[in-house]
Design a protein. Structure first.
Lengths: 203, 449
């Protein structure tokens, strides 16, 4: 009986450690940000995206298949609901070159299309992503009416996690008051394009 | 401590019943949680496959970590408690491990569904479900898990739980406070449930004790009754022989030495013979009365029509002698003891003929179905009985008239009563002095003796 209890106790401790380690690993993964690059501080002239005079412009780049970016699109929806002024906004779907036709037309595309007043753009091969120097799905760039970059970063608290977060609060603050509580935040999402090392391995 | 003091008050048997109820509740709830957790595990895997099946890097994909987490972490959170619920049902450790796992499962499901606010209700639902145990300590374990989870997340990953990079050190208390808010009601509900269970257990123990005493008393009464009947039977049987001897010897004395005896001596001898005969009749009645209980003769389907036919043929002499007119309605079939039923009808009809002040007794036998039983009535046009004697006449040897007025021992109706009761029925009468009497008895549609 004592031996059995000792076995059970030992197994219980191993089980507890496994559960705690798994939970911590999952949490770490969720809060591990994607790559952040320094985006142009002024609206890039080479871009094909149109901006309106005297109007701030918000651009979100997403990977069409990124599960985490659904939360980012959801948060963008919340931002738009909070702001009633003039704003030109884009959701840019970055489509890798070696993907079939309509590959990008998935649930995330439908979610973005459903956003009121948002223009959904297809970025074949990631040219616009290069122009804006973004690498992670869910990144939001906010340029003011003077074409100056006011915010660059993610608007979710972790990977695919919806809810209040500092990125969203910062964007709302800039749009409503012109003042930034934060200029950048971590971005949580898939890589928009293959990393060089990965591309190397694949090719 | 509080519980222990209560337990002492409850008494050993009540405590045993209470613990048995508690064990059943614990085991049943363990089983419910085993099913629930297996369902949650499947749901988690489903969510992972639907919401985040793959992680992407450009056009290259790999299995999303959520899928592995749902399968392996969800599996660990499910299988260990399920194994405990199967092999250690009702144990304290089982329900606390279940509480821990259930709250960790809440965290996993919230994670897998992208932190949706709706999934947070899983925590509150789980607390309510844990209250099924009626053990407030289980709720404390669950609340502690929620508290520690929020504390450590707030410490290391504040943005994941509070949406900001820097949060107050006490912010976790706000979240746990709402869990406590629900706990208050659930703990009260658990305590009330336990209190009710204790009251039920005490009542059941009292009832068992009363039943046990009642069974003992019934057995004592049955034994005593049997001994008494046995005694009456033996005594009556043994009395017959000396009684016959007294009567015979008195008769012989008168026959053989009648000339030598004075008139007074002859008178005394005749009185002794008459007394012995009366006593013999009484003894026979006692024997018959005691035989009703002892008679375990087979119960069978009998026609009450045939029983009455038999009795009428037995009483043919008396009927002819008194000129009695006996009419009857169709009588039903009944399940019972033939000789006892015959005795019942014979006693009632003999009484109806005997207690008549008319030149021609008129007797009517009827049957009426009421609910699940038959009411059989024997109505006469005799002398009738005052209502104050309705109960007394069914007592043994109770007589309302002198022997010179109406002969008999006074045992007939008590024998009738015993027969009817043995067949599961009742006997009663309606009567007015001078207006006749109606004796009725009930027999079940299917009588068993």
């Amino acid at each position: 009986m004592k031996r059995k209890t000792a076995w059970m106790l030992g197994f219980g401790i191993v089980w507890l450690l496994f559960v705690l380690a798994g939970t911590i690993y999952l949490q770490n993964y969720s809060t591990q940000p994607g790559r952040s690059l320094a985006s142009p501080t002024r609206w890039p002239t080479q871009t094909s995206l149109k901006r309106l005079d005297n109007t701030p412009t918000l651009v979100m780049f997403v990977h069409p298949k990124c599960a985490c970016s659904s939360a980012s699109v959801g948060e963008l929806n919340a931002i738009l609901a909070h702001f009633t002024g003039n704003l030109k906004s884009y959701v840019v779907f970055v489509k890798p070159l070696d993907t079939p036709n309509d590959w990008e037309r998935d649930s995330l595309w439908k979610e973005a299309k459903a956003l009121p007043g948002v223009e959904v753009i297809l970025d074949q091969g990631g040219r616009e992503a290069e122009r804006f120097r973004v690498a992670t799905s869910g990144v939001v760039l906010l340029y003011d009416a003077d074409q100056q970059l006011k915010f660059s970063g993610g608007i979710t608290e972790s990977r695919g996690h919806s809810g209040d977060n500092e990125g969203k609060s910062a964007v709302i603050s800039i749009l409503n008051t012109g003042k930034a509580t934060l200029a950048s935040t971590s971005i949580f999402g898939c890589s928009l394009l293959e990393s060089e090392s990965h591309a190397h391995n694949v090719h | 401590m509080f519980i222990n003091e209560k337990n002492l008050v409850m008494g050993k048997r009540a405590l045993a019943i209470y613990q048995e109820y508690q064990r059943k509740i614990f085991e049943d709830t363990d089983k419910l949680f085993a099913y629930l957790m297996l369902g949650e595990w499947c749901f988690g895997i489903f969510c992972a496959f639907v919401i985040s099946p793959l992680r992407w890097e450009g056009s290259v994909s790999s299995t999303h970590i959520h899928v592995w987490a749902a399968i392996f972490l969800g599996g660990a959170l499910t299988l260990f408690p399920v194994v405990l619920a199967i092999f250690y049902p009702g144990k304290t450790v089982t329900r606390h491990i279940i509480a821990f796992s259930q709250m960790m499962m809440s965290a996993l499901l919230i994670h897998l569904t992208g932190g949706r606010i709706e999934t947070h209700f899983h925590i509150f639902g789980s607390l309510a479900f844990l209250a099924f145990y009626r053990d407030w300590r289980v709720l404390m374990t669950a609340t502690l898990v929620v508290g520690l989870d929020h504390y450590f997340r707030g410490l290391y990953w504040p943005q994941s739980v509070y949406g900001m990079l820097v949060a107050s050190n006490w912010r976790w208390l706000e979240h746990v406070g709402w869990v406590f808010f629900e706990d208050i009601f659930l703990v009260l509900s658990c305590l009330r449930g336990s209190k009710e269970l204790r009251a039920i257990s005490t009542r059941q123990a009292e009832l068992e004790s009363m039943n046990s005493k009642l069974d003992l008393r019934t057995k004592e009464l049955t034994d005593s009754n049997q001994e008494l009947e046995q005694f009456a039977h033996i005594a009556a049987h043994d009395l017959q022989s000396p009684l016959r001897s007294v009567a015979t010897n008195c008769q012989l004395l008168e026959e053989l030495h009648g000339e030598e005896l004075s008139d007074d001596a002859k008178h005394f001898a005749r009185n002794a013979v008459e007394g012995a005969k009366t006593m013999n009749t009484t003894i026979n009645d006692i024997l018959e009365y005691s035989r009703i209980s002892k008679d375990t003769g087979a119960s069978q389907q009998i026609s009450l029509e045939s029983v009455v036919d038999l009795v009428l043929s037995n009483l043919a002499g008396r009927i002819a002698e008194t000129g009695a007119i006996i009419t009857r309605e169709p009588l039903p079939m009944a399940d019972g003891n033939l000789s006892q039923m015959a005795r019942l009808f014979q006693n009632l009809l003999e009484n109806a003929i005997k207690f008549s002040d008319k030149s021609q007794p008129k007797i009517h036998i009827s049957a009426k179905k009421v609910g699940g039983e038959w009411i059989i009535s024997v109505q006469d046009n005799g002398i009738g009985i005052e209502s104050k004697y309705f109960d007394k006449i069914f007592e043994m040897f109770r007589r309302l008239h002198t022997k010179s007025e109406y002969p008999g021992t006074g045992a007939g109706l008590s024998i009738c009563k015993k027969i009817v009761e043995k067949h599961g029925g009742k006997i009663w009468l309606d009567s007015e002095p001078g207006e006749g009497s109606t004796f009725s008895f009930s027999v079940r549609d299917e009588v068993r003796v």
